[in-house]
Design a protein around this ligand. Sequence first.
Ligand code: CMP
Length: 141
Amino acid sequence: MAIETTLSILKPDAVRKNVIGQIVSRFEAAGLQVVAAQLRHLSRREAEAFYAVHSERGFFKDLVEFMISGPVFVQALRGEGAIALNRDLMGATDPKKAAPGTIRADFADSIDANAVHGSDSVETARAEVAFFFPTLAIHAR
Ligand code: CMP
């Protein structure tokens, strides 16, 4: 399997609950390495740009409002098959459907306040990592 770099966001609900460390520990325990990170409060413009792919969806306005409701912890994670591994660790988007032991099952409250975001493909990971960490060389090891 290839070494990949993926984008992970710990959303405002996770930051408010003070569980950044607990969630990052799960990624580390699974073999992923944090290669870039920042705690920041997104502007409306940034949140709308990041989630532009969802701009026509009915949930877009609520999603943007939620993502700017407090600081987020954005990180780039690197490792073998990092994109799929991150998604396995997160669990289903809707925490009610997330498998036991996944991050969303353990820390998320609703489909909006679902604790974490993770890139869903190689192309998305490349674009999302570049959005927040433009100087990070994705294939540098
Ligand atoms: P995320 O992985 O950050 O990608 C887009 C987000 O939109 C998703 O997690 C959810 O938090 C939110 N969302 C709200 N409603 C829906 C929905 N019906 N389908 C997918 N995502 C949704």
